[in-house]
Design a protein around this ligand. Sequence first.
Ligand code: GDP
Length: 448
Amino acid sequence: MYHDDTITALATPVGVGALHIIRVSGKDAIEQVAKIFKPSKKLLKTAGNSVIYGKIVSQGKLLDEVVCTVFRAPHSFTGEDSVEISCHGSMFVADSILSALQENIRLANPGEFTLRAYLNGKMDLTQAEAVNDVIQSKTKMSQSLALNQLEGSLYARISKLIAILTQARVQVELEIDFLDDDVPEIDLTKLRSDIEDLKAELEGLVVSGQQGRIIREGLKVSLIGKPNVGKSSIFNKLLETERAIVTPIPGTTRDFLEEELSLDGYLVRFYDTAGIRATADTVEKMGISRSLEVIQNSDYILYVTDGSDSQEEYADFVSGIEADKLIKVINKTDLLSQEEVTKYSDYIPSSAMTEAGIEQLKHELLKKIKLSDNELSSGLLTNSRQVNAVKKCIESLEQAIGSIDNFMGYEFTAFDLKEASAYLEEVVGQITDDDLLNNIFSNFCIGK
Ligand code: GDP
């Protein structure tokens, strides 16, 4: 998996800016840049962590005046010799320098710089994933979470659990190895309760992983209800009090509109699933099944009515939706009498017109995601890879408990504990599987 050949990529976004940065990393990174840099001898002698000014010249042609930052192994992001060329911010200039470099070295794959940093032990896997999350973060909270993870909060938490698990395993293995000797017998009741404690903590991690995922990916909220009840108006009112996040969302044939906004620093994604109601039209039916999928994947469903829905219409809309996911809103209260509004006792009364109820709605949405600073920095699981590994660890711990309860012998318990350890190690990255690593790093952008 690990290659130390020299790679290069543009590290800044494609487009025009004040500067572009071209990254070069690998065992002969400095020599490769020196081939097109003047004064080249000076570059070759430049100490690590220092900056040198010069010209990029290829085939006798001046391409740009640049500043190179030189890093020498192991003191660089990747752990290899690296050079960052800061050139003028035109794509033409950056491309011409990249082409000149590519006469001798290859273009990096997405995430390859971070992959090398991970393989060189510069960071664990949760930190490597955090690098990407910091880049992709859209709100204050997703940025804080990613930065905490980058600083190693999750790594520290998982490492502590691995240490506890190892201690328990070693105890059991000692018992196997010195069965006939005078080693004092293990206190099985204590061992069992230690494993139970560990399991409980991991279960807590899985639950908070749900919050970590929501902070990272956004709280998914589907808006449902008849046309004209005021769904878009409510969304727009929330937008007015908060910040819209404008991102082009790929895919043109969508049967729902997706909008993002930052609510108190938390990312919320709204899906307007128009046309969700039963219809005979096949094309529309296809659209509906996709809308249903969106609804199923939502954290909250916002059912909006203006009081004109019949019982049947209401039942149609909410059938199959879990009760704890449903938030009901009675909108256009400005047009309703107080008496009519009180009939909707389990609804949030709102008026997109007068803005009444908008704050309460915001509060309801945030209930599910708000975390204290403490929780945020305690090291949360933030993606399904991590959550799945922890779930498997819990299963192995359950088997270990079973082996104790059923007097299966220390060998079985040791085996289960070892397996549990392996799953936890997978979270922080004792991963050697090439496919899995490629999968993780291929989500990165090129140049990272
Ligand atoms: P949607 O189809 O559910 O998205 O509904 P819209 O948000 O497009 O609203 C339909 C119409 O109802 C528009 O003319 C809005 O101005 C109006 N409307 C929305 N909310 C309110 C409200 O709270 N009070 C009043 N009086 N009109 C509203």
